[in-house]
Design a protein around this ligand. Structure first.
Ligand code: SF4
Length: 244
């Protein structure tokens, strides 16, 4: 694994989609400890054998080249907090003037705590997959056996609630998992300062091929779901996706 332990498997030079109001490079870590059935990043989770590792120096060359017109780097995956070299990469990227967003499933509160303590993050984005019951485990594709993933995620959410950085929470609107009642419950539990991003579920090319038979919500229902979320949380962004 190159560069002191960061398994980099994807690098997007610049994107407008990964960070609101930012042009950002995207660094994609290989490997994840969750198995969300609706995951579209499954190539970085269970398909690593078909993806060549990239040299993290490529990220820094990219930042040098794009200095002045790129705002930052989004570290995503897979699950970037599993990578022991994450803090080192972030430090170097910051040294090149990049703002940093970390997008995590929240399963490594110790890593998030340390990155926040060292002031290495500008934005912490967490998956908010489902209410904290059997629906969470179904969404994460995991069982409740130790190490308790839900306890770890709760701890990361508590950290985020008091963090002095931008916060985002991401929920995919998967029929059968997320409905108006679930969103009301999730919104009530969510700290007030973060941006809650609701994302249309796309049933093609998911980690679990069985998701192809799940019919996504239509446009009108999406608006109803967003209204249920807005009744419980004041900052909600609905991303409808492809021609919903
Ligand atoms: S959606 Fe789930 S399985 Fe996919 S990268 Fe995120 S946490 Fe891992």
């Amino acid at each position: 694994m190159p560069d002191g332990g960061f398994d980099l498997r994807g690098l997007i030079p610049n994107s407008l989609l990964e960070w609101e109001d930012h042009v950002a490079a995207v660094a994609v870590a290989g490997g994840c400890n969750f198995r969300c059935p609706f995951c579209h990043s499954w190539r970085y989770v269970v398909g690593l054998a078909d993806l060549a590792p990239l040299d993290p120096e490529g990220l820094f060359r990219l930042l040098e080249r794009q200095r002045g017109w790129i705002d930052g780097v989004v570290f995503t995956g897979g699950e970037p907090t599993l990578q022991p070299g994450l803090a080192g990469l972030i430090r170097r990227a910051r040294g090149l003037g990049a703002r940093i967003k970390l997008h995590s499933n929240g399963s490594r509160p110790g890593v998030a705590r340390e990155l926040l303590r060292q002031g290495l993050l500008d934005c912490l984005a967490l998956d908010y997959k489902a209410p904290p019951d059997r629906r969470f485990f179904a969404a994460a594709g995991l069982g409740p056996e130790p190490p308790d993933p839900l306890g770890a995620v709760r701890e990361t959410f508590a950290l985020a609630a008091t963090a002095r950085v931008e916060r985002e929470y991401h929920t995919t609107l998967v029929p059968g998992l997320i409905d108006e009642a679930a969103l009301a419950e999730m919104g009530e539990a969510l700290e007030p300062g973060g941006l809650w991003i609701l994302q249309q579920f796309e049933n093609g090319d998911c980690l679990d091929p069985g998701m192809a038979s799940v019919v996504r919500y239509g446009s009108e229902r999406l608006e109803g779901l967003a209204a249920a979320a807005r009744a419980a949380h004041r900052r909600v962004l609905l991303r409808k996706g492809k021609s919903a």
